[in-house]
Design a protein around this ligand. Structure first.
Ligand code: PMP
Length: 384
C-alpha cells in the first residue's frame, strides 16, 4: 500500500487550473511565477561555470562563496549575524529547506503548528515525517495572528511552529506586534520557529521587513529560510537556504544530506554573484510589483471584487460574494472557461476548505498582462 499522505493528495490546484488555462487560452494569474527572468549577470556567471566546470558534487552544505554571500545578505539587511561555516546551509530551493527543517525538528508523534492558509508542501512533508499538524486558521480581511489562537494549539508535544511572512496567499507581512506574540508564546519552551521568508524583499509601501530571528532572544530558536528564486525572479533554479544557530542547522544539514545532498554548483555561483552585486534588481522588482498590485486592486475593486489589503508577496486576494453565489472553485473554473483569466480558489490553501468565497491573483506578471486580464474581466462581467 502506498503512503496515504501522498496517495490521498488530490491533483495540485495549480496543475488543475494551469491545464484548464492552457485549454481555454486563458491569461494565467494562477500560478505564482514571474514571466520575465531575473538579471543576465547571474545567468552569465552560471553559464560560464557550466562550461568551465567543475560540474561535480559541491560540498553538501553549499559552496563557501554562497554561504558567505547569504550570511552577508542577512547582516546587511537585518543586522543578523550567522557564521558561514556552520550556520548557513544551501538547499535546492526554499521547499527543500522547509522539508529539511521540518524533518530535523519533528519526528513521529511530535506536533508542528502551521498557520492556514498554508503553502501546499508544508502539511504533507510534516505528516510524512510522522508529525501531527495542528493548524490555526487566519481569516480575511485582517489575517491576524493572535496570542489566544496560538496558545490554544500549543501542547507539551509541540516541537516547531512554521510561519510564513510575507505570507502566500494572504499577502500579509506579520507586524511587530504579531512577532512579539510569537516571541512571548515560545519563550521558556523548547519550540523552534521555522520562518519561511522566501518573499522577504517583496514588501510594499516602504514597510521595513522584520525577521523574527532579529528579535531579542529569538536567534537561538529560529530557522530562517530564503529563496534565490524569489529574490532574483529565477524560480526554476531552486536555490534556497536555511540560516540559524549551529545546534539546529547541523541537524537540518543531516536531513539535507539525504534529501538532495547538494545543489548545482553553477547555480550556486550565479546566486552568490546576485546576492553580492544585483540587489538593486530586487528593489526595482519590488517597485514594479507594487505598481502591478495597485493597477490590479483598482481594476478589481471597480468590478465588484472585495479586494483585501496586500502588504507583500506576488499575491492579492479578493472576496467574490458581490459577484456570484458560487463557491470559489466553481467561480475560478467559470472565469477560465468564459472570461479567459485563471485564478486560484483560496479554499485550496486550507485543509478544511474554508473560507470558500475568496480567490487569489498572482500579479508577478508584466503590467500589460494585468491590464489585459482586467479588460477581459470587464468585457465578461459587462455581458453577464
Ligand atoms: N514558500 C512559499 C510560501 C512559497 O510561495 C514558495 C514558492 N511558491 C516556496 C516556499 C518555495 O520556494 P522555492 O521555489 O525556492 O522552493
Amino acid at each position: 500500500m502506498p503512503n496515504p499522505v501522498f496517495s490521498s493528495l488530490p491533483t495540485s490546484i495549480f496543475q488543475h487550473m494551469t491545464v484548464l488555462a492552457l485549454k481555454h487560452d486563458a491569461i494565467n494569474l494562477g500560478q505564482g511565477f514571474p514571466d520575465q527572468d531575473g538579471p543576465i549577470s547571474l545567468r552569465e556567471v552560471a553559464a560560464r561555470q557550466l562550461i568551465d566546470g567543475p560540474n561535480q558534487y559541491p560540498p553538501s552544505k553549499g559552496l563557501l562563496v554562497l554561504r558567505q554571500a547569504v550570511a552577508a545578505h542577512g547582516a546587511k539587511f537585518y543586522g543578523l549575524d550567522y557564521d558561514p561555516e556552520d550556520e548557513v546551509l544551501i538547499t535546492s530551493g526554499g521547499t527543500e529547506a522547509i522539508t529539511g527543517a521540518l524533518m530535523a525538528m519533528a519526528g513521529v508523534g511530535d506536533e508542528v503548528v502551521m498557520i492556514e492558509p498554508t503553502y501546499d508542501s508544508y502539511r504533507p512533508m510534516a505528516e510524512a515525517a510522522g508529525a501531527v499538524v495542528k493548524a490555526i486558521q487566519l481569516g480575511p480581511p485582517h489575517w491576524r495572528l493572535t496570542e489566544q489562537a496560538l496558545r490554544a494549539v500549543i501542547t507539551p508535544k509541540t516541537k516547531a511552529i512554521l510561519i510564513n511572512s510575507p505570507h502566500n496567499p494572504a499577502g500579509r507581512v506579520f507586524s511587530r506586534e504579531e512577532l512579539d506574540v510569537l516571541t512571548r508564546v515560545v519563550t521558556g519552551t523548547n519550540i523552534v520557529v521555522i520562518c519561511d521568508e522566501v518573499y522577504e524583499h517583496l514588501v510594499f509601501d516602504g514597510r521595513a521587513y522584520i525577521p523574527l530571528a532579529s528579535l531579542q532572544g529569538m536567534r537561538e530558536r529560529v530557522l530562517r529560510i530564503g529563496s534565490a528564486g524569489k529574490i532574483f525572479s529565477l524560480t526554476g533554479w531552486k536555490v534556497g537556504w536555511v540560516t540559524g544557530p549551529r545546534e539546529l542547522v547541523s541537524v537540518v544539514t543531516k536531513a539535507h544530506q539525504f534529501l538532495t545532498f547538494t545543489t548545482s554548483p553553477a547555480l550556486q555561483l550565479g546566486v552568490a554573484h546576485g546576492l553580492t552585486h544585483e540587489m538593486d534588481f530586487t528593489l526595482a522588482l519590488t517597485a514594479r510589483l507594487q505598481k502591478n498590485r495597485d493597477v490590479l486592486s483598482a481594476g478589481l475593486s471597480k468590478l465588484g471584487f472585495e479586494v483585501q489589503p496586500c502588504e507583500g508577496t506576488y499575491f492579492l486576494t479578493a472576496g467574490i460574494t458581490k459577484l456570484t453565489n458560487e463557491k470559489d472553485f466553481a467561480f475560478c473554473e467559470r472565469l477560465i472557461r468564459e472570461a479567459g483569466v485563471a485564478l486560484i480558489p483560496l479554499s485550496s490553501f486550507f485543509q478544511s476548505g474554508t473560507p470558500d468565497t475568496f480567490v487569489r491573483f498572482a500579479f508577478c506578471k508584466q503590467q500589460y498582462l494585468i491590464e489585459q486580464s482586467l479588460d477581459r474581466l470587464n468585457t465578461y462581467f459587462a455581458k453577464t
